[in-house]
Design a protein. Sequence first.
Length: 129
Amino acid sequence: MEAIAIRPIRVKNTGKEYRPGDRVEAEPEKLLQWSEKGLVRIVEETKGEEIVRFNSPVFGELEGIVLERWENTFTLRHPLTGEVVTFPNEWLVSLEERSAIIEHLGNIPRNEADRQARTEFFGLFRNGG
């Protein structure tokens, strides 16, 4: 079982600290306790995932899963809050098309265009948007 910290955690008996976005290593029972308290988000195994790393002015360097691919759907996940937007796989073509348009019109690298397209999709559809 794996988890990602949502809030800062300091393990009492080891002194190890986790910042939001860090992958948390602990016994499954402890991860479940922390999940119930809203400290971590349990990460289920996926067929494919895309991880983003970025620097936060508040928390420093962070890491989080932003794109998870499943059998019939894909999920965009906010790397800090864990907020999720899920789409059928047919929409993945639209996401990739939007990324290509951004890359071409903005004359920017593909990885930056991918990030911007995911941000746009997430913003359009979060909370029933």
